[in-house]
Design a protein around this ligand. Structure first.
Ligand code: ATP
Length: 324
């Protein structure tokens, strides 16, 4: 929202005694100030909001951002560019739209619309779910906050609910990407008939809190097992993107880029390597190429790339067979 709109909202909230509007407006102001690195002002706004709601600030979560340990989230400085990832064109397009909506939310709001902010990523391990969350944050120029389940989930359910509440109270006042990895570990509990009603309540409340987040918080959830999520969970996400394993053409493109980066012929054409390599993920391709690059660099200036690639291919295929 533009500054002028925020002030109008504030006045409206005050004159109509609308607590909900007051809360969302002050949250948006705090998030904007924080994005400008005006942390003191953002903290003050947040404190006053909490005081108005009769609640103390959430010290545990705040501490985690001061570099302390045992926080409910950790912050990743996003560096990955969207263009550096191998994505299907529809996925890339969807991400660009999301980023544009976030960047141009003022225009959307002047038409009574909100930008989309809930994304579900699914696909087998090592194919870019975490990397895409990071790239979205980088594109939006906001921090990436990753939820630490081991810190959030306590031995008592009441504890878990309380921590989740603190976590959400904290992120509401930040422009950020909030990342839930392996969301199915939480989401699937809901569908498990053996779980107690209390766990279901925690998960339901988590979903409600995700729904209620202001649109300046972009929630990205990732799962390797989309089939384990029930429809109600699935439906909540406005963008549902799948990140599949690399195709043959993508493998070829991967080796073409790798060869260009090394600035030396690999001894095999990228097409031949793509056909030979057994790799079920981009992460596999990355590891394979890094292995080659290490040997190549250490053997300079007498590196024989063809020999290195041949040896690595042999080792790699053997490892792959053992792991199957
Ligand atoms: N689509 C992709 N394009 C380019 N690099 C990729 C892609 N997917 C994965 N990688 C590389 O593989 C590594 C692992 O990827 P990432 O952690 O994003 O996968 P993930 O799907 O989140 O895996 P997991 O389900 O195990 O958490 C990253 O370091 C990244 O560089």
């Amino acid at each position: 929202m533009s500054r002028a709109d925020l002030i109008v909202s504030l006045v409206k909230a005050g004159s109509q005694g609308d607590q909900q509007l007051l809360r969302t407006t002050v949250e948006a102001m705090a998030a904007e100030e924080r994005a400008k690195h005006h942390h003191q002002l953002a903290d003050k706004l947040e404190e006053n909001l909490q005081a108005a709601n009769g609640r103390p600030r959430a010290p545990e979560v705040v501490r985690s951002f001061d570099g302390g340990h045992g926080g409910l989230l950790y912050e990743v400085e996003p560096r990955r560019a969207l263009e550096a990832l191998f994505l299907e064109s529809s996925t890339l397009e969807a991400c660009r739209e999301l980023v544009e909506e976030q960047h141009r939310k003022d225009i959307l709001r002047s038409y009574g619309l909100e930008p989309r902010n809930r994304v579900l990523l699914s696909g087998p391990p090592g194919n870019g779910k975490t990397s895409l969350a990071e790239a979205i944050a980088a594109q939006l120029l906001v921090p990436l906050f990753v939820v630490r389940y081991e810190a959030v989930i306590g031995s008592f359910l009441g504890e878990t609910s309380g921590r989740l509440k603190r976590l959400f109270d904290f992120v509401r006042t930040h422009q950020c990407v909030l990342f839930f990895d392996e969301f199915d570990t939480l989401g699937k509990e809901r569908g498990d008939v053996h779980e107690t009603g209390e766990i279901k309540r925690v998960v339901s409340s988590l979903l409600l809190q995700i729904d209620a987040l202001p649109s300046h918080v972009v929630v990205v959830t990732a799962t390797n097992h989309a089939e384990l999520l029930d429809r109600a969970v699935w439906r909540r996400f406005q963008l549902r993107l799948s990140l599949p394993a690399p195709t043959l053409a993508q493998k070829e493109e991967w080796f073409t880029r790798f060869q260009a980066r090394l600035d030396a012929p690999l001894g095999f054409s990228p097409k031949t390597l793509a056909a030979k390599i057994q790799a079920s993920s981009f992460s596999d391709l990355e590891q394979f190429c890094e292995d080659i690059q290490r040997r190549y660099v250490l053997a300079l200036p007498d590196s024989n790339l063809k020999r290195i690639v041949t040896a690595r291919l042999k080792q790699w295929q053997a490892r792959f067979t053992i792991n199957q």
